[in-house]
Design a protein around this ligand. Sequence first.
Ligand code: AMP
Length: 510
Amino acid sequence: MSGETYAGLVVQALRGAADRVVLVGEDGTWSGQAACAWLWRLLGALRQCASEHKPAVAILSHNRPDAWLAQVATMAAGGRITWLHPRGSVADHLAVLNGSAPRLLLLDPSFSPAVIEPLAERFRATGGVVASLGASGLGSDLHALAGAQPECEMELQCVPDEVGLLAYTGGTTGGPKAVARTHGQWAAMARIIADHCEVGEGSRFLAASPLSHVGGTMVLPVLLKGGCVRMLAAPSAESILEALDSWAATSTLLVPTALDALVSHVRDSGLRLPALRRVYYGGAPIAPARLRRACEVLGPVLFQVYGQAEGFPICVLPPSALDPSIEHRWRSCGRPVGSTEIRIATTDGAEAAPGTVGELLARGPQVMTGYWKREDASRLALQGGWLHTGDLARLHDDGFVELVGRTRDMIISGGFNVYARDVETTLEAHPAIEAAAVFGVADPKWGEAVTACVVLRPGCVATEAELMVWVRQQRGAYQAPKRIGFAAVLPLTSVGKVDKRALATRAGQT
Ligand code: AMP
């Protein structure tokens, strides 16, 4: 551990920027100096409203610089921050608040009153304090409180090995858990991204994915490289394209579904984005056919990141690795990043034979300390000092990792192991298929029946029988779905991942 902390690095980056613009929001711009001065004022304001030495704070906000600075101020005070996902429901937020036990809830007043009003009321009823980013009738105005503070530099209270962030996992295969990352681990993540993810000097990064999730991981790395971050409060394919173009952004980060939407928009608009150097994508699998299409439309700018709330990033796939003649690279999530080590292990923890599937284990300074207040789950996830990612993978001879699904995504059908991602990739290579999701459904004959839900390309037709034959011919009968449903779109979780639990439940009921 280098002894660095996230807030310490932010202060260093802001001081280095002086009067250069570092953050751009809907309401204006922030120079390094202005952001740093605001940080000191916020520290005083937080202390006043949270009345805690090391405050525990939750934030529900769209992407805005003042929200990100409130995160940094909380961390600078040695406290811990929890982001609520902007698309979550009131019930989702209450579950997170209940688990992470913050003292202060910071709300973005531009959210729908149908969400923030009941949330504020329920939180206050538990004895919590509510404040908002600007004036609102919801609680204290954090901006007014900060504005009234003296602008004096304060001593940072954060230490590398204390918990600074509770991040909630996507919960695609189980209930969400709070991942505890220390101030030092969060700093290590920023360093790894800045040093190993081709973040160009002076880059102009468009934060279009929620800061609460993977979007937030890029802000500090860009600042460390002398760059500037523009935060998009209401991202849509249209607004992302407009901002990339008019602001001449050099990079952005999107989950695969958002990337797909952007690619379609760019193609339909005929716009060219000559300033764009890197489009980071990750958080969920992407079909090789979609990746090829994205490269055709956007150029050689696609940089994949693989990781999870428990440790991010773990592997990366830079554009230079996408050799058109090496097929498996297009299915790969890359190679371990920086000092990260990985292993592919069998269920008893031994090394998987070369080229065979096993669980991906990872080790590095960015990996979590454990799940918040869940010692048993933490012990299991960090057995032997390795993060057990729950992702199934095979390692190719050239060191590139191919993910084939989650451990809980493995379908055991008639005694054979079927990896959902393998079948999805095969289905998505069919000319009529836009997207596919494969999952297991309990079945008296097979134990679990391989089941698929597919979305057809506009104007294309395909029958269930034809698609079953397609998979059977390429992957063998045991991998062919026993049932294939058709849908207009695949259901997504609030963080934009395909919701296989919903699909399996629906398929099990019909
Ligand atoms: P979360 O903790 O919610 O960010 O979810 C992390 C999970 O998303 C990982 O364990 C993977 O299963 C999946 N994931 C993340 N990045 C990628 C990627 N680049 N390719 C495929 N799956 C990914």
